[in-house]
Design a protein around this ligand. Structure first.
Ligand code: SF4
Length: 250
């Protein structure tokens, strides 16, 4: 009897629980991932690359440097600063601090004043000195040649890594995504992401690897000369027929 009554109870419980399950509210649907940019058709991408080659055949990094180490330091200094200003500061800087050792053992307060015109000079001093020390201690005084290693340097993220590896060593490890590349990738509908890392991944999928280095420089040049953040000069743009950006000015 006892068993029977137990059985009955257990059936009741089961049925109640299945009722509860049925009454559970359904989970809200996950918010959709950003749609793949519609402008990534290979023919369209090839047309954009051809237009960039036509407009900027000689595009390259506008920072002045004599070796990979100087380019690394100048790229760190270029955060939130123009290349023109960095080049002005760099002229004196590399005479006073000719190599990694000189930067690594600099007097921080003196270096801060030397790079002050580039802005954020306290943080930049920490990055410059930290990167120089790491280069001396871990890499025998030479800027490392792989993305994995260069990212271990203080103050160095993928953008700086791509600039140095691509421009100084000719190694295409990724695409430089600075403020210009980010804005133009969105306007040209090559990426609908806003996070530079995701934009870089999107670009690496649609741009042939042998074009990564040049393409970054060309977009940066176009952003500086024509496709400005405010009031892009669309009338002067040779990609106007391919572009359907909402903020086009023609
Ligand atoms: S048409 Fe205008 S918005 Fe489009 S890429 Fe050219 S300058 Fe930029």
């Amino acid at each position: 009897m006892a068993t029977k009554s137990k059985k009955k109870r257990s059936t009741k419980t089961k049925s109640a629980s299945s009722k509860t399950k049925a009454a559970k509210p359904t989970k809200p649907a996950k918010s959709p991932k950003p749609a793949r940019a519609g402008g990534t058709d290979p023919k369209r991408v090839a047309a954009i690359l051809a237009k960039l080659d036509e407009a900027y055949p000689d595009a390259t990094c506008e920072l002045k440097y004599e070796n990979a180490f100087q380019l690394l330091i100048s790229t760190i200094l270029s955060a939130q600063c123009t290349d023109v200003r960095v080049n002005q500061v760099a002229e004196m800087l590399y005479k006073k601090y000719p190599d990694a050792k000189a930067f690594a053992y600099a007097t921080p307060s003196e270096l801060e004043q030397d790079i002050r015109p580039t802005g954020f000079f306290r943080n930049k001093t920490k990055s410059v000195m930290g990167a120089s020390k790491a280069i001396l201690e871990k890499f025998g005084g030479e800027v490392p040649r792989t993305m994995e290693e260069i990212l271990t340097l203080p103050g160095v993220a993928r953008k700086t890594g791509n600039v140095v590896l691509g421009t100084a060593y000719g190694t295409a490890s990724g695409v430089v995504v600075d403020t210009h590349v980010l804005r133009l990738s969105n306007r040209l509908d090559l990426s609908r992401n806003e996070d530079p890392k995701k934009v870089e991944q999107d670009l690496m999928k649609i741009i042939p690897q042998e074009k990564w280095i040049k393409f970054s420089h060309q977009l940066i040049w176009h952003g500086r000369r024509v496709c400005h953040a405010r009031k892009p000069k669309c009338i002067e743009c040779n990609m106007e027929s391919l572009c359907y950006a909402k903020d086009k000015t023609v």
